[in-house]
Design a protein around this ligand. Structure first.
Ligand code: AMP
Ligand code: MG
Length: 403
């Protein structure tokens, strides 16, 4: 059996980042930058107010309360037209430009309009003195032109996209989102809602693996269902290789008489058949057909999910240019015994991780059989249980937090 790390290195070596492309910022959520982003301008570009209120000369209000003549009302998005002179103020709305002459803002809650006559205009009473720059957002407060905003290798999340828009960028240099085809294999599988004949089951892996791939931020392609028939499997894989950047199959890679995925991939691809020292998901077929990485995951529903987590997700994220494609483990505590028997493998138990009193506690999510998808569905983490007898309540352990 191969150690997990060795098997995963083999996979990652063959899942290099693709050539970078320019995409619209609107399409870049979840993608990874291929070059550093340098600020082309200051943000904010002009000094503006953080509050609704009155732009004043701070020296004028040093002895507040005092009264000032209102010379203008400045809305966000409109340039001030009037200089604020001694004894004057401009009414100003959040985000609007500080007018020339003014150096501070008094929030509207600290003011009152005391008269509004045709002769004198509006008079505002300022209740408090404020220092220079009060509630003023200066030029470059957030970003300075020339700042290194995000290094290459940054995964673009919601806030990153907003920053790119603030800088006026409409496109960004990223690694492309791979198209990932997902194929189910097995004579027993039914996916069209028709009544089950004896021995048949519903195809659950395809929906699950498509969803996991979607959550990994790749583009997904449903390659359907192939019977345990070499010609059918080869035809489905051929479509996959033509239309996708990577393929994920489930089933047909074990030692059974009808595990033809193995035979077909051996013929058309450069495959490596691995027995990985983990439970579940010991068998893994991985290789390339042409330059398309193919992940031949085991058919058992839990195994296929765990194998996706441990191999396919890191591989796909590596193709997307993620500098750290492997999920980090976090330290948690067992809230109950998580027992196992020694068998030379690392076990990935399906657990529920809960924050409790400043630490993370885990307990079993239910049945641990590789066919018991219900417990996997209810889990939010995989507990990493090293070879041995397991861990006892109160022991520390590593867990992989899932989405
Ligand atoms: P295999 O790896 O093809 O030997 O399949 C192992 C187990 O997983 C068998 O019990 C299969 O019926 C089951 N299985 C394989 N593919 C799927 C699937 N797409 N959905 C649900 N169960 C599956
Ligand atoms: Mg099968």
């Amino acid at each position: 059996m191969l150690p997990l790390e060795t098997a995963r290195e083999f996979v990652l070596d063959r899942c290099q980042a693709r050539k970078s492309v320019r995409v619209r910022v609107a399409d870049a959520l979840g993608l990874v930058t291929a070059s550093e982003i340098i600020a082309s301008q200051n943000i904010p570009q002009f000094p503006n107010t953080a509050m609704d209120g009155f732009a004043v000369r701070s020296a004028d209000v040093a002895d507040a309360p005092c009264e000032l003549r209102v010379v203008e009302t400045i809305a966000a998005g409109h340039a001030p037209q009037v200089t604020v002179g001694p004894g004057e103020a401009s009414r100003i709305m959040t985000g609007a430009t500080i007018p020339p002459g003014a150096d501070a803002v008094v929030m509207v809650e600290r003011t009152a309009i005391v008269s509004d006559s045709a002769a004198d205009g509006e008079i505002v009473r300022v209740e408090v003195s404020v220092p220079p720059d009060n509630h003023v957002r200066p030029v470059g407060d957030d970003l300075h032109a020339g700042d290194n905003v995000f290094p290459a290798g940054t995964e673009l999340a919601a806030g990153h996209l907003g920053v790119l828009c603030s800088l006026g960028m409409t496109e960004v240099e990223v690694y492309p989102r791979p198209r990932v085809g997902v194929l189910s294999t097995g004579d027993e599988l039914v996916d069209d809602g028709s009544p089950l004949q004896p021995g048949q089951i519903r195809d659950s892996n395809r929906r699950t693996l498509l969803a996991l791939a979607h959550r990994a931020d790749v583009e997904t392609v449903d390659l359907g269902l192939a019977r345990d028939d070499p010609a059918e499997i080869e035809a489905a894989l051929a479509i996959g290789v033509q239309t996708c950047d990577a393929i994920v199959t489930s089933g047909g890679v074990s030692m059974g008489d009808f595990d033809y995925v193995k035979a077909v991939l051996d013929r058309i691809g450069d495959m490596r058949w691995m027995q990985v020292a983990i439970k579940p998901a010991k068998p893994l077929a991985f290789g390339t057909v042409g330059d398309v990485p193919v992940f031949g995951l085991p058919g058992n529903p839990v195994s296929s999910m765990v194998s996706f987590e441990l191999f396919a997700r890191p591989g796909l994220r590596s193709m997307m240019g993620h500098p750290q494609p492997i999920r980090p483990t976090v330290v948690a505590f067992a809230a109950e015994d998580l027992l196992r028997r020694p068998d030379g493998k690392t076990h990935f138990m399906r657990v529920l991780a809960t924050p409790l009193g400043g630490r993370t506690e885990v307990r079993s999510a239910g049945g641990q059989g590789s066919h018991m998808l219900w417990a996997m569905a209810k889990s939010n983490a995989l507990a990493v249980i090293p070879d041995g007898d397991g861990v006892r309540a109160g022991d520390k352990l590593d867990v992989l937090l899932l989405d």
